[in-house]
Design a protein around this ligand. Sequence first.
Ligand code: 5AD
Ligand code: SF4
Length: 460
Amino acid sequence: MTAPPAHPPRKVYFETFGCQMNKLDSELALQALARAGFTTTDDVRDADLVVLNTCSVREHAEHRVLSRLGRLKPGGPVRKEGALVAVTGCMAQRQGRDLLRRAPQVDIVAGTKEFVRLPELYADVKRERRPLAAVDQGEVFDYPRDPRFRSEKHRAWISIMRGCDLHCTYCIVPTTRGPEESRPLADVLDEARRLVDDGVVEITLLGQTVNSWGKQLPGSPDLADLLCALDELPGLLRTRFVTSHPNFFRNGFWERIRGLRTFCPYVHVPAQHGSDRILKRMARLYTTDGFRAMAEEARAAIPDLVLASDWIVGFPGETEEDHERSKSFLREIGFPQNFVFKYSPRPTTPSERRFADDVPDAVKARRCNELLDIHAELSHAYNLSFVDRAVEVLVEGPSKTNAERLFGRTQQNRIVIFDGSEDLVGRLVSVRVEAVSPHSLYGTLCEPSAPRRSLPLAGR
Ligand code: 5AD
Ligand code: SF4
């Protein structure tokens, strides 16, 4: 018989709320925990450590976490005897120690730069037998990425910057994630190389304003420089980046990236609103004319580019006329991909302090649906332009709606559903589109693998 280990392996259960940056942070926290001997479990009742990695962007996001915490009381049905509960991420950062008071079932609060210290915090709480809050003490870029800790085999995220230097009046992120910091180009390339060596073919660069990357670094490289450098990595098929601000595509950005082998012509660059009066109140630092000029320059360089947008409805003082301007701007720019949110006042943000939340919820809901209806129309019309055409698809796996079929995405991030064998997962294939719905394309495989850029590119 072999001797039992000093302590049985501990198990961690993770739940992630919010954006892609948070999903990546969960992978990085998991990496740190695995190094300290933790394994993961999908069963919360079996976990020694339960981690809720949280979001603060809207009140609803925090409510979801609080209701989840409600079920994690000691002695409750979903918590193992002696298990610790950790709250990490933006809500942890925002509420800090207050969260320990408000939710006594929480043992660890770790902010947006401390989540990689979870193993240490776990040990501290176990030893000291009292809850702990750690915020504003970390240095999150200081980790060597282990490529094995990622949720998908063929696609991965890389955080190239953190924080935000802008002051959009509605936004909690500058508070929760602090000022902007960029990672050096060599570190990003090194991480990309390790990921590609481990089978990754698509990389998404993440940052709160990802297209302002580099400004603090020696020589001030920019995102176009980084995309060019990544383009030379053999084995990498696609690069994406998210989220951009319309003002930071400078120095001929579009011309410089137009011919890149790996660049996917899908750029998420939120307009947020179509009324200059509201954009000003939001402190977005551009007008609709400014946004229009950016879109024109981008499309002149890259005609098959898809721009995707976020929209906020019901911002304080938004009139019916302002809202009509959002509707017409959405149509005019013709974004085929949109995410629409009802304004939610966030404590301590400038808009929360300065303006009353004066648009009734029913009006917000109606305006939200109106934008979503236009979105569905634009998305459907865009999809129809692909019927009877071949598109390049990176195969991701079994379709979420019909596991018998495969799904993947076009360069422009459209979901395509088709029949094929699972050994195509992670490969580029060519699919002839036969039918569409407002949100997906359906087709037939043309050939097992498609040479890059040899396919007819669909125009808008
Ligand atoms: N209320 C509603 N939506 C918001 N967003 C950011 N802050 C708020 C808020 N207070 C939206 C923006 C942003 C997206 C991530 O969330 O549209 O682009
Ligand atoms: Fe949520 Fe924004 Fe934080 Fe992401 S950065 S988790 S969207 S508050």
